[in-house]
Design a protein around this ligand. Structure first.
Ligand code: SF4
Ligand code: SF4
Ligand code: SF4
Length: 274
């Protein structure tokens, strides 16, 4: 099972690497049987490219229902475990009882004051309390998680996406301590019994590995937009922050936007229209 998962991962990693034709420098690492990392250079014409990928979330368009379907679409496609499901005991007879505090999440709802603790004031709070705010990895320009990772299992692509190489992760959780947004989850246990239906299109993870949003790199490589964009009914837009003519830059010009914990200087690539 472990070997199968590793093979699937390397296949996806290969696709992700192919999707970086616009900047064919070192973009992804694959591993041989000894775990040695190799740079992969490749071009793929169908892939979507950006000099720096970014995301704009229109908070006014996010309803509870949309937030849930966005989260569901992302988690289902990426084999994110749900510890609330009933485990198939025949398939996984030795699964221990669930500790519901052990959550794994890539995109989820937060209250305004948790998402934007530095923006909390009595009037803002009144306006935004009770509204769902979707939070995920911010693919920070100056990502502290990248600097903290001793194995380069967390690394930054040239197009701004902060990626994980699950195969290289040793589970030290330095990246989790370094991320000021709580965007990363740790697999305290084997997540696979808690995946309702395993998607063959994305690798599953193992116990002791960290995971997070990968900006749907595997979809961008195939010329497709992230799952959350499709499920958001127009509330989430992704695009090239470095391209002044991109839709995302148009939205940033037209609307007042904020980012999470801007004062920390990590330069998040996820913006919120208020
Ligand atoms: S949000 Fe956290 S995990 Fe994502 S790039 Fe920034 S520091 Fe890293
Ligand atoms: S837990 Fe994994 S990704 Fe995070 S710092 Fe350690 S090796 Fe890197
Ligand atoms: S970009 Fe992809 S991985 Fe990230 S939150 Fe959206 S659907 Fe999930």
């Amino acid at each position: 099972m472990m070997e199968k998962s590793r093979r699937s991962f390397l296949k996806v990693a290969g696709i992700a690497a192919i999707g970086l034709g616009a900047s064919p420098a070192i973009n992804f690492a694959s591993s041989d049987s000894r775990g040695t990392a190799h740079a992969v250079k490749s071009k793929n014409k169908e892939a979507l490219h950006a000099r720096r990928w970014g995301m704009v979330i229109d908070t006014g368009k996010i309803t509870d229902e949309i937030a849930k379907s966005v989260s569901k679409a992302c988690h289902k496609a990426h084999n994110v475990p749900d510890f609330n499901i009933k485990v198939d005991e025949k398939k996984y007879p030795h699964t221990r009882p669930v500790n519901h505090k052990q959550e794994v999440k890539w995109i989820w709802e937060e209250h305004f004051d948790n998402a934007f603790p530095d923006k909390e004031d009595e009037f803002l709070a009144e306006k935004f309390h009770g509204l769902p705010f979707l939070v995920t990895c911010n693919h920070c320009k100056h990502a502290p998680c990248v600097r903290a990772c001793p194995t380069q299992a967390t690394f930054k692509r040239e197009d701004g996406i902060v990626m994980m190489d699950y195969h290289r992760c040793i589970g030290c959780r330095f990246c989790m301590a370094a991320c000021p947004f709580g965007s990363r989850s740790f697999n305290f246990r084997d997540p696979r019994p808690f995946i309702k239906k395993i998607s063959p299109n994305y690798p599953t993870r193992t116990k002791g590995v960290v995971e997070k949003c990968d900006f749907c790199a595997e979809r961008l490589a195939k010329g497709k937009l992230p799952h959350c964009v499709g499920a958001s009914k127009g509330a989430i837009v992704v695009g090239d922050l470095e391209d002044p003519k991109s839709e995302i830059r148009g939205l940033l010009n037209e609307h007042y936007t904020i980012r999470r914990k801007q004062s920390l200087g990590t330069e998040p690539s996820v913006y919120y229209i208020m």
